[in-house]
Design a protein around this ligand. Structure first.
Ligand code: F6R
Length: 367
């Protein structure tokens, strides 16, 4: 059932061209220039008139939520807040019937997310679910929702569910933005064809980085720490890259917005610190270049995820992972793939049980 792969995690990483495509299927109709999403369309006035959208989630799904915030605020211009479900439920948050609360959950069973949703519902908010498991508890209690059609995710470390969540959030942001007039038709058309091309780009990345990430992984089997840095849309992608590494390899890793480095983490950088930098051309590239210079000056070991043909960051990096260009807002979908592979191979070479990491459960049904 692992389809010839050594682990479910690797199988699921490789399924992403298909799972992202499946998540868009029947929704993104490029020829007609439309996004069809019944869950959104049936309640579009709720979204349009919302004071704000609050996204609640845990773990990887929370990282997807952060990217959702960037997407929805940029394209639909609706204020968004993203909260850990576990914090939201216990801090007596201000919620009204003018709020839309979106829960993101692969399993649809996460106890904290469920409890946070119930609280929001009691306070009169419209609650929306982005779940992968059909008919799960969260999918059932929400007023409406959109399933990610990633298929069953067995590996404890979330991979294809994450990229499917980003796909749904992209569709929602573009749909709402085009509907409420903040995203003009020409830009909408450009973005939906970019999104449509993402499965092909993931395929390409899998082909071009599979062996490369294995080779890089071999050099970091004994690392004790890692930093992951990104800016803009790729800041949450850095958080997610770090989470993947720590949960399956048991190497301490932290994700940071690259510019925050000088406010603390830069003190950690020396020749023993591997630093993964996500630096695609679109999205604060020049700023990232100066961050990389600062790291280089302190002899950090740089693993850079850059676009094909990159020169500036690549010239300073110890390891270069090239990915195809796309719009900044979709770049985390593509950039996450080699980071998943890197974490996977580091964990495998360390002899870890990648599908069933110690202390973790696939669905966290207790708080
Ligand atoms: C990370 C991971 C966890 C989950 C988190 C939320 O790889 O698996 O961090 O993302 O427990 O789970 P769901 O999305 O099922 O609510």
């Amino acid at each position: 059932e692992k389809g010839g792969y050594e682990h479910f995690m690797l199988k699921e990483i490789f399924e992403q061209p298909k799972s992202v495509h499946d998540t868009m299927r029947g929704r993104l109709i490029v020829d007609e220039g439309v996004i069809k999403m019944a869950g959104i369309w049936d309640h579009v006035e709720k979204f349009k008139n919302a004071n704000r959208i609050i996204i609640i989630a845990c773990g990887t799904s929370w990282h997807a939520g952060l990217i959702g915030e960037y997407l929805i605020e940029e394209y639909a211009r609706i204020p968004v807040e993203v909260e850990y479900a576990s914090e939201f439920r216990y801090r007596n948050p201000i919620i009204t019937d003018k709020d839309v609360v979106i829960a993101i959950s692969q399993s649809g069973e996460t106890a904290d997310t469920m409890a946070a949703l119930k609280l929001a519902k009691e306070k009169g908010a419209f609650i929306y679910g982005i779940c992968n498991v059909v008919d799960s508890s969260i999918a059932r209690i929400t007023d409406a929702g959109s399933y990610t059609h990633a298929g069953p995710e067995i590996g404890v470390a979330s991979t294809k569910a994450f990229t499917a969540q980003l796909t749904i959030l992209s569709l929602i942001a573009l749909k709402l933005g085009n509907h409420n007039g903040n995203l003009g038709n020409a830009e909408f058309m450009r973005l939906i064809s970019e999104l449509d091309a993402i499965p092909k780009k993931i395929e390409e990345v899998l082909n071009t980085t599979h062996e490369l990430t294995q080779n890089i992984a071999k050099d970091f089997i004994s690392a004790t720490n890692f930093l992951y840095l990104g800016r803009g849309y790729n800041y949450p992608a850095a958080l997610e890259g770090a989470l993947k590494l720590k949960e399956i390899s048991y190497i301490h890793a932290e994700g940071y917005p690259a510019a925050e480095m000088k406010h603390g983490p830069i003190a950690l950088i020396d020749e023993n610190m591997p630093i993964v930098i996500i630096a695609p051309k679109k999205g604060h590239y020049d700023k990232i270049v100066s961050n990389v210079q600062e790291i280089k000056a302190r002899k950090g070991k740089i693993i850079a995820v850059v676009n094909k043909g990159d020169t500036q960051v690549s010239a300073m990096a110890d390891y270069v992972i090239e990915i195809p260009e796309t719009s900044e807002c979709f770049s985390p979908i593509v950039a996450s793939v080699p980071l998943q592979l890197l974490a996977y191979y580091i964990a495998v070479y360390r002899g870890a049980n990648v599908d069933q990491p110690r202390n973790l459960a696939k669905s966290v049904t207790v708080e």
